[in-house]
Design a protein around this ligand. Sequence first.
Ligand code: NAD
Length: 671
Amino acid sequence: MVIPTNFPQRASELRDLINKYNYLYYIIDNPEVPDSEYDRLFHELKQIETDHPELLTADSPTQRVGGKALDKFNQITHAIPMLSLDNVFDTEQLLAFDQRVRDWLNTSESQVYAAEPKLDGLAISLRYEQGVLTQAATRGDGATGEDVTANVRTIPTVPLKLTGNDIPEVVEIRGEIFMPKAGFDTLNQQQIADDKKPFVNPRNAAAGSLRQLDSKITASRPLEIYCYGLGEIQGMNKPDSHSEAMMLISQWGCRISPELKRLTGIDECMEPITHLGARRESLPYDIAGVLCKFDSIQLQQRLGFVSRTPRWAIAHKFPAQEEITIVEDIEIQVGRTGALTPVARLKPVFVGGVTVSNATLHNQDEIERKDVRVGDTVIVRRAGDVIPEVVQVVLSKRPDNTVLFSMPTHCPVCQSEVERIEGEAKARCSGGLYCAAQQKEAIKHFASRKAMDVDGLGDKLVEQLVDEELIADVSDLFQLTLEQLSALERMGEKSAVNLINALQTAKQTTFSRFLFALGIREVGEATARALASHLLTLDVLQQADEETLIEIEDVGPVVAHHIVTFFHQAHNREVIDRLLVAGVNWPEEQKVSSDSMISGKTIVLTGTLEQMSRSEAKDKLLGLGAKVAGSVSKKTDFVVAGRDAGSKLSKAEKLGVSVVDEATMLGWFSL
Ligand code: NAD
């Protein structure tokens, strides 16, 4: 047969690439491409070799297991080789596997399978002599592994001594060492904090943690084990089935997967595949798929191996959660609260069960740490419903003309200045009052009870008004007409009248409520009050520089910076002007006199007041420098008791706290 000239060349290219990726993955624990890309190349090479057996070379990676054992470790020869596994990606291929094996066995009978998760870690062989752990070895190239005994001894779930009776003289137990997702996240946070490169995924982290020369490092890493089979046994007959072997392993005190199932016929294997697939995200560790193994050891022995994989087992892999694609652009998304998030626009790629064309890059630091540039080929991950993210750049595929990203100095939505406080990861838009990306949150906050207190203007209604384009910023609220409101869906005439009245009422406010309502970053109620009582007027506040502001109690340099930047934005000032023109007003602030008799005192209001609402009284008391608390304690100085005062009054009497009436309180105000 004539082989097209490009096949030998492609086969050779694929062998080189796969050997390179094997080296990066198995030897130095630093993979460059996702498994999906590797699997594609591997399958392509296998297909060429199947179609053109003349092209199969003895040293082809399709004929070998994993990578070579590293010289820095002592080498251990496995008594029984540790192999790889064949895999399939859908039901059709799984059924074809079952059919193929039954044909080989010349039987039409359903076979008994053992199904268990294919854990995403690395294989280990544990040798116990007289029940004591004497040796632990990695798989290496399948024939020779690395001696990692000292490291494995530090893993709490690996028994150093087997328990129970009937322990063979020598037994080799095989299992998977893995790192749970939670431990992986914590480890990576620590790596970043220590300025070290984070691990790409839990599998990579587990391998890197186990293959250390210093077992103290391994001991500090959150590694675990699930055992899944037996190797060499001396002094005891081999069990008849895989499930029996697993029972023995468990009785000896080794962990086995709680998901292990014994099933009849390949159809029944579909149940754990579907079930584990659905629970994949909620499992505390990563799994790559489900393994279906012939349960009978006698049949396993009869079936034997083909080059690097047993004929009696198959891995049904789950859809890849990591894929490779290209960053076509990096754009900025402005969130509801003004946070600027860089987002990679990707060449669409099917990953985690959906087509992904955007992935978050989190912030500038992340982009710099990962060195992601426009034009780069990257690994993108989408696990479950989590927002897709760029995991790392495939540097070997970086073209010459990549473009570096830098955070814009002005918000792409409203052109206000972008500020980034030292120590904070996120950059933010400072045009909070005006920015279209933030309008809904800004208006909801403005109308809320502790701010302008617009009765009847709830979150849903704000959303409706913005969506209908009746308002774009807070000043538009005061331009709303009865006709516009009554024409709204689910809004009756009466509610519309009530809202117009509530808006009218809300115009009379206090300076501190108004300041709080503006939604300046980190200016809460208390800071707004401190600003109002110290600076007294909006004009003074707008002119104040950071030095002036930090002299006020409660105002630190970060808040001062936020305030100055906020008033520096022309758009924010325009909105404020429109609010004032619409009639928003407040009584002139009185300088808090530190000698006022209630200054610094803690006061609790209870019962119904006759002359003013409780919230008005609270504002006045605060204006006089008092603290207003919600509950009575020994620290309370006065309880102001209105009509029908109840439990707070009784408590005050019990604790001996001074109780005064409304008239006394009014007296304080007129002093
Ligand atoms: P494999 O897929 O051939 O499976 C064999 C391994 O499965 C065993 O050695 C064992 O460690 C593991 N395993 C997990 N749970 C098990 C269980 N319950 N019972 C038995 N074994 C279990 O593994 P492999 O040969 O190490 O690797 C092949 C895969 O590794 C590829 O399909 C690819 O996805 C990935 N890989 C990726 C890269 C890369 O660059 N991204 C490079 C090389 C390999």
